[in-house]
Structure formats: structure tokens, C-alpha cells
Design a protein around this ligand. Structure first.
Ligand SMILES: [Zn+2]
Length: 282
């Protein structure tokens, strides 16, 4: 893996090498770092994974891109640090991108179950009444988004969805993030992490989940994991991640971490994933 600081504006196309770029690496409460949102790029394909409240500013500031440059988005779960910028993305696409810039309608990678939850519990409040739909009613999810549907790969030992999206292969596994006392992913609210191109594990938001790490450690070249510095009922803590075997720790990079990261050395781990840097998987 090559790690390079971005110079200029992030290109949403490349020579076909898988690339990961964080527009933010902070927690939901970070005030200095932007929230943990990132872009996957490979060939002509890009996928924006999560777009929180800081997303629109982070995208411009860290990557040099505009909201209207984004064509595909993948929300992992409904916390505001992951979807708080989604309304801006949808409105800018519909009322600027497709109207004046000849851009296609936004594509969202989402299964039917999460589409319903995302729309009904979060997005429709700001999106459904901006105009009358063609039949005189409220706007619907499909007025803003075309969908790419992952297919269900397995439900045991946990639910995993799979999609090959224009050359980027994703396994989307359910995580055990919230509520605090949910005993496993099966009983947790919808939340996903991902295994990209059968090479790179990205935890999404999750409690420390050794079973999940076990499933993917041997087959992952690199792992990116969320991290709390203090014990947390909904995120993996640094102390818990430090209990992993050395060979796993060495290839594990932390993300979704607090503003105080510079005071917190992480010996034995790969290090901190950093916003504004390109992680290139040659
Ligand atoms: Zn979360």
C-alpha cells in the first residue's frame, strides 16, 4: 500500500488501481477533524461512502471536489456523522447537477430494507416536499436516487450483502454497532462495514467484534477500524483493539478517532488513517 498526501484535487478516475481517500477520519463529535467519510476510486468508478454533517465542507476542503462531482453514494448507517450531508447531496444533484450540469441522477448502493429505513426515518423530512412529484404528491426516494442493489450472499454466521459495482467488489457485512446492549449483529440496528475487492477490510461503525475480525483478518491485506480512546458501548476501544494478535494489529489502521489523536501513540498498530491522504493498493 502506498500512502500519499493529495496534491491538488482528488481525481475520481485512475488507472484501475483501488484507492481509498478519507475526506474525514473523526468521530461523530470531532470538531477539528472531519467526520469519518471516504471515497473509493478505481478506474472510472467512484463510491462516496457516508456523508455526514461535515461532509459538504470536508469534500471541498480536503478533496477539492464539489458535491455535484459525486455520482455514487453508499450510506453505512443512519447516524448523522454518516448521513447528515445526504440531503445536501440529493438536493444539489437534483436541482443543480441534473438540471444545469447534465449530470446523471445520483446512484445509491443500498438494499431494499435499508432504503426504507433511511428514507422513512431520516431523509424524507427534508426531501419529500420541495416540489410536487409528477403525480401531484410528495417526492419519493426514487425521485432523488437510482439504486444499485447488492444481493444477499449469506445470513450465517452473519448477514453479508455483495455487489460488483462497475469493477469495485464490495461485501457489506452487518455490524453490531447500536444499541449498546445488542449482543450481536443479528440483534443490532442496521449498520454495515465492508470488505473491498477481497483485499481491504473497513469496519464501519462497530463495537469490538472479534468474530468479525476473525472472519476477515486472514484474507485482508489491510484493515481499517473505528476506534474510541475510552471504553465505549458502541465502538471498539483502543484497549480492545490492542488485544488483537500482533500480525493483525500491524495491518490495522485506525479511523473514526477523536481530535486528540496526536497525544495518543498507537505502537504495534499500522497507525492512524489520515484525512487528505490517498491509500493506494497497488
Ligand atoms: Zn455510528
Amino acid at each position: 500500500m502506498r500512502i500519499e498526501p493529495l496534491e491538488g484535487k482528488l481525481s475520481l478516475t485512475n488507472d484501475g488501481t483501488l484507492e481509498l481517500f478519507f475526506i474525514g477520519v473523526g468521530t461523530a463529535f470531532a470538531k477539528v477533524l472531519y467526520q469519518n467519510n471516504f471515497i473509493l476510486v478505481k478506474g472510472d468508478t467512484h463510491i462516496l461512502v457516508d456523508f455526514g454533517m461535515t461532509g459538504p465542507v470536508a469534500l471541498r476542503t480536503v478533496s477539492g471536489l464539489d458535491v455535484t462531482d459525486i455520482s455514487t453514494v453508499l450510506p453505512t448507517h443512519s447516524h448523522a456523522d454518516h448521513i447528515g450531508g445526504m440531503e445536501c447531496l440529493a438536493l444539489m444533484n437534483r436541482y443543480v447537477g441534473t438540471k444545469f450540469m447534465n449530470k446523471p441522477k445520483l446512484k445509491m448502493i443500498v438494499n431494499k430494507e435499508y432504503e426504507r429505513v433511511l428514507w422513512d426515518a431520516s431523509l424524507r423530512g427534508g426531501l419529500e416536499w420541495n416540489e410536487y412529484s409528477s403525480d401531484g404528491g410528495a417526492l419519493r426516494f426514487e425521485d432523488y436516487f437510482d439504486v444499485a442493489r447488492p444481493t444477499l450472499k449469506t445470513t450465517t454466521p452473519r448477514e453479508i450483502w455483495e455487489i460488483d459495482y462497475n469493477g469495485i467488489h464490495l461485501e457489506l457485512f452487518r455490524t453490531n454497532h447500536v444499541p449498546d446492549l445488542s449482543p450481536d449483529a443479528r440483534h443490532a440496528f442496521i449498520s454495515y462495514g465492508m470488505y473491498v475487492d477481497q483485499r481491504v477490510f473497513i469496519s464501519g461503525d462497530t463495537k469490538f467484534d472479534p468474530y468479525l475480525i476473525d472472519m476477515y483478518a486472514d484474507i485482508s491485506e489491510y484493515m481499517f477500524h473505528d476506534c474510541s480512546f475510552i471504553p465505549s458501548p458502541v465502538h471498539a476501544s483502543l484497549a480492545e483493539l490492542n488485544t488483537l494478535p500482533d500480525e493483525i494489529k500491524q495491518k490495522t489502521y485506525l479511523m473514526h478517532y477523536p481530535d486528540t489523536w496526536e497525544n495518543q501513540p498507537v505502537p504495534g498498530l499500522g497507525g492512524y488513517a489520515k484525512q487528505g491522504y490517498r491509500y493506494i493498493f497497488d
